[in-house]
Design a protein around this ligand. Structure first.
Ligand SMILES: Cc1ncc(COP(=O)(O)O)c(C=O)c1O
Length: 375
């Protein structure tokens, strides 16, 4: 098992993964009609109009915004959880954050301040790279948990020593990059048995294709935090609004520590987020757009002979490279289709023979890609 540990060596930031795609970008851009960028999962579709109108009003610009989130934002978050998923949480069980990335990266540091004797962050071996980076930046050990043959975390593979020193365990459902759905009740039970906080990144929760949306909060708040974001739900990645909900002791600690760090969502963004959270129609419409894109690109790749499983959730296709070489496959898609995709190694060694295709370009562009590829 690969264990990354930060020693006393000076920390040198590694190359940003997506910068490694510049050559593929140039190649794709040279095609008539230009590049179709399916690498970073940044939404391209319209955010809800009401959120933009409220944003323009500039509410709360003069004063410092509440770090924990305005009462209106926290209420809207609780209302959204209740309305969409039937999950009722208390007022002291939720806080707001600047989107999820800063929270994902900051959590190991803050949890370690709370429990200095533990230094291990467990995270899915094929996953969003910021789980491991947050551990590194906190001087923790980052220990990947192996994935099973359906790209879910295999909890039985976790070493007892790693569990004994674990500060937290991450789970991400629907998962980026593979779109898999974990058994969140089982992960919550695993954490509770060992007194290890379970951090459940649920930023794709509303784009669940197989069955009901899953949240760790369905099995209660004790020992767990669920993380949600408006970036994907409402195409508002630029607004930087997310939330954490769950165990009141953990939420209290994080609310207090974050006040001292100066983490504050700008006031106008908090107001706009309330408008976005109170509306579901734009999310339901967006779901249909992603569903169509998944079917379109999945079928096109199958025509070319690729083995493409439909994701259980999320807006990525996780595709095995025909000859097992993900960089070659990415090169082919850029050269022939003008599409830039991410080699699976960006998400962990176990993903080395796959590519991730983010369906974040307009559907017409994806049709053009299919035509270019002869599919
Ligand atoms: C699994 C996962 N978690 C968190 C994030 C970050 O989301 P945010 O825009 O809320 O920072 C992403 C973004 O791609 C993601 O894929």
């Amino acid at each position: 098992m690969v264990v990354i540990r930060t020693d006393d060596e000076p920390f040198v930031p590694p190359p940003y993964p997506y910068d490694r795609l510049n050559q593929l970008r140039e190649m794709a851009a040279s095609l008539p009609g230009g590049m179709i960028d399916l690498s970073i999962g940044a939404p391209c579709d319209a955010p809800p109009a009401e959120a933009l109108r409220v944003l323009g009003e500039g509410e709360g610009l003069r004063t410092y915004p509440p770090s924990i989130g305005s009462p209106a934002l926290l209420d809207a978050t609780r209302g959204w959880l209740d309305r969409r998923f039937g999950i009722a949480i208390g007022e002291d069980e939720v806080g707001a954050c600047l989107g999820l990335k800063e929270m994902v990266v900051g959590l190991p540091h803050w949890l370690r301040l709370r429990e200095p004797d533990r230094d291990t962050v467990l995270y899915p071996a094929v996953s969003y790279p910021s789980y491991a980076m947050g551990a590194r930046l906190a001087g923790c050990r980052s220990v990947p948990v192996a994935m099973d043959d359906q790209w879910r975390m295999d909890l039985s593979s976790i070493d007892d020593d790693d569990a004994d020193s674990a500060l937290c365990i991450w789970v991400n459902t629907p998962g980026n990059p593979a779109g898999a759905l974990d058994d969140l009740a089982a992960v919550a039970a695993w954490g509770r048995e060992r007194n290890i906080p379970v951090l459940s990144d649920e930023c794709y929760i509303e784009f669940t294709w197989d069955g009901e949306p899953r949240s760790i909060l369905r099995s209660g708040v004790e020992g767990v935090l669920a993380l949600h974001s408006l970036s994907k739900r409402s195409n508002l990645a630029g607004l930087r609004v997310g939330s954490y909900s769950g165990d009141p002791d953990l939420v209290h600690y994080l609310r207090e520590i974050r006040k001292h760090t100066g983490a504050m969502i700008p006031g106008p963004n908090q107001a706009a987020a309330v408008a976005a959270l109170n509306d579901d129609a734009h999310v339901d419409a967006q779901k249909e757009i992603y569903r169509e894109r998944i079917n379109l690109v999945g079928s096109a790749l199958r025509v070319l002979g690729a083995n493409v499983d439909s994701p259980g959730g999320g807006f990525y296709l996780w595709v095995e490279a025909n000859d097992g070489d993900a960089w070659d496959f990415a090169d082919f898609l850029a050269r022939r289709g003008g599409a830039v995709v991410s080699p699976g190694e960006f998400y962990g060694d176990q993903g080395h023979d796959h590519v991730r295709i983010a369906l974040v370009q307009p559907t017409d562009r994806l049709k053009e890609m299919a035509v270019r590829l002869g599919a």
